[in-house]
Design a binder for this molecule. Structure first.
Ligand code: DAK
Length: 257
């Protein structure tokens, strides 16, 4: 399918989506969000793809929701907009999604990165929730995911006083997995994605689900769900293959069954 606001590439078993509105610093308008959700779901349904990467360009991952598009909107129009449903669709992707972030990741752009499972940042990445500057607050998880990721004190400062984080600060506060020079962040993200994509698919899916559950449930419910998923994996061919390969001192061959 041809897209207007994103570009899609396949690198081995990794699906790469590039946000592509460079003149607007990749501001997330409704078409981009729609196309992003379709591209993610298409890769998610493709058996030859094991992991996904979302990136922008070296200057901007995304500078937020498109302010020009939403400036005149009514509350009801915002309620009915695609913004939140799209974030929910991203949350529904079963395969691991890695954000490769360089430059601006602001407002909805930061929230998009936070919706991904892992973040590889370039040294120039800057994460912030500047919505307070335009009279609103984060609306796509910025108060919730951010507080869980960096803690209350810093999240308050970011949301209430537009405190932005450099890549080094984001790494120190556990917001990102790793930081690389701007020439290499995308390659690092693709390498990480390729490693994950080469692992046992069902275990990867259940591992992602289980870690995400840690942010949504009580400890005992989370532990019970983890145990059920762990036990279930003993019904898969991949568990038999993985353990046999260990015993036989050879590489496993994953079938995703
Ligand atoms: N929207 C639209 N256009 C944007 C944009 C944005 N968020 N950010 C940048 N641009 C455009 C600029 O208008 C400019 O376009 P032209 O004027 O050249 O046509 C072009 O990109 C280059 O930007 P600048 O000239 O400003 O570039 P600078 O290097 O000087 O500054 C900057 C870079 C990132 C500091 C600055 O552009 C900036 O402050 N941008 C806005 C950042 C921001 O406030 N982001 C938060 C947006 S609010 C929802 C839930 C959540 C949300 C929405 C709905 N629901 C529940 C429904 C999310 C809200 C947000 O994200």
């Amino acid at each position: 399918m041809p897209y207007e606001t994103i570009q899609v590439e396949i690198h081995g078993r990794v699906g790469l989506i590039r946000l592509n509105r460079p003149k607007a610093l990749n501001a997330l308008n409704s078409l981009l969000l729609k196309e992003l959700a379709v591209a993610l779901e298409t890769f998610d349904a493709d058996e030859t793809i094991g992991a996904l990467v979302i990136t922008g360009n070296d200057t901007a991952f995304a500078a937020g929701a498109d302010i020009k598009e939403m400036a005149g909107a009514s509350a009801v129009e915002m309620l009915e907009s695609d913004f939140i449903p799209t974030f929910d669709r991203i949350r529904g992707i079963k395969k691991p999604v890695i954000a490769a972030v360089s430059g601006w990741a602001l407002g909805g752009g930061s929230e998009l990165a936070l919706s991904c499972d892992m973040i590889v940042a370039s040294e120039t990445a800057r994460f912030g929730q500047p919505e307070i500057n335009i009279g609103v607050i984060p609306g796509a998880g910025g108060t919730q995911r951010l507080a869980r990721a960096v803690g209350k004190a810093l999240a308050m400062e970011m949301v209430l006083n537009n405190r932005a984080l450099s890549a080094a600060e984001a790494l120190a506060h556990g917001l990102v997995n790793r930081v690389a020079p701007v020439e290499r962040y995308l390659e690092e993200a693709l390498t990480l994605a390729a490693e994950v994509a080469g692992r046992a698919p069902i275990a990867i899916r259940l591992g992602k689900e289980a870690v995400n559950l840690a942010f949504e449930t009580s400890l005992s419910e989370g532990l019970a769900a983890e145990r059920r998923a762990f036990n279930f994996l003993f019904a898969t061919e991949d568990q038999k293959e993985g353990m046999a390969a260990f015993v036989e001192k050879r590489d496993p061959y994953w079938r995703g069954r």
